[in-house]
Ligand binder design. Structure first.
Ligand code: IPD
Ligand code: MG
Ligand code: MG
Length: 280
């Protein structure tokens, strides 16, 4: 049988590369910065332009597909994951990095069918690394197969996380308590690239053992989640159990031992789900 989703994946790779060129070009110009939910939740015209490019080009080729895009949702579109083929787009993951020219910025495109990610594309545009994964077919970086680290001892691990873009004092409290717990296990180190998608690609590449965060959105992690699992890693909720793409929480690790050990140390909290009904 013909591989019906391959042409969508090929298109995602091509448009992510084009988007990356736009991002690299925009770094040469002054960037106009706007804010969304709070003073540190940044967006630029490049985020919006890149999202439009990805959605328009995919809509032309695949008119029946659905789209969830970070900047479209910010503009009031709904964020419901249905069983239909759906493109889940973060046009610039790492907008704060982009604004400051901190060199980790990604274009992230996940594609789901029946609420399951079928392929994921993360283009780390400043490193020129194209991460791809297809369900059941492995994960790759610039065509080379990826494999997670074999480390099972948390004391020998590097763990990635982020502070996110909320400064809600109660949430910060939980975040710092989790961070302290994990640092003091001790682990070898804690790192953060400033982009959820690249952190997940680092797990898939075997450079860090795990990444966790509470506060991410579906567009930050849809593509990366498949890249991690196809590289042999595992996904979990921060309280253990299955990861839920719309729950805004994730643990992505090289194996279950490391994931469960991290879960024990996370002081969890809940946020409004991505698919919560829009408030009028
Ligand atoms: O806003 P954006 O740059 O696309 O995405 C953000 C980045 O991935 C950041 O590392 C993470 O901490 C936030 O939770 C995300 O929202
Ligand atoms: Mg993002
Ligand atoms: Mg973004």
């Amino acid at each position: 049988m013909a591989d019906v989703w391959q042409s969508a994946m090929d298109h995602a790779v091509a448009v992510a590369r084009k988007a990356g060129e736009i991002v690299r070009g925009a770094l040469k110009d002054e960037r106009t910065v706007m804010t969304k939910s709070c003073a540190v939740d940044l967006v630029t015209q490049t985020d919006q332009k890149v999202e439009q490019l990805i959605i328009q080009s995919a809509k032309e080729k695949f008119p029946t597909h659905r789209f969830i895009g970070e900047e479209s949702v910010a503009a009031g579109e709904s964020c419901i994951l249905s069983d239909d083929p759906t493109w889940i787009i973060d046009p610039i993951d790492g907008t704060t990095n982009f604004v400051h020219a901190f060199p980790f910025v990604a274009v992230s495109i996940g594609f789901s069918i029946n609420k399951q990610v079928e392929f994921g594309v993360v283009y780390s545009c400043l490193e020129d690394k194209m991460f791809t994964a297809r369900r059941g077919k492995g994960a790759f970086c610039n065509g080379e197969a990826l494999q997670v680290s074999e480390q099972a001892d948390i004391h020998q691990a590097i763990v990635a996380t982020e502070f996110g873009s909320s400064r809600d004092p109660a949430a910060m409290d939980h975040i710092f308590r989790s961070l302290r717990n994990i640092l003091c296990l001790p682990v070898h180190g804690v790192r953060g690239a400033g982009t959820a998608a690249i952190n997940m690609c680092l797990v898939a590449s075997g450079c860090v053992e795990a990444y966790y965060e509470i506060g991410i959105h579906v567009w930050d992690v849809a593509a990366g989640s498949l890249i991690v699992s196809e590289a042999g890693g595992v996904l979990m909720d921060v309280e253990g159990g299955d990861m839920d793409l719309m729950s805004r929480r994730i643990v992505a690790a090289n194996n279950t031992t490391i994931a469960e050990r991290i879960v024990k140390e996370i002081v969890s909290f809940t946020l409004q789900r991505d698919d919560a009904p829009l408030q009028s």
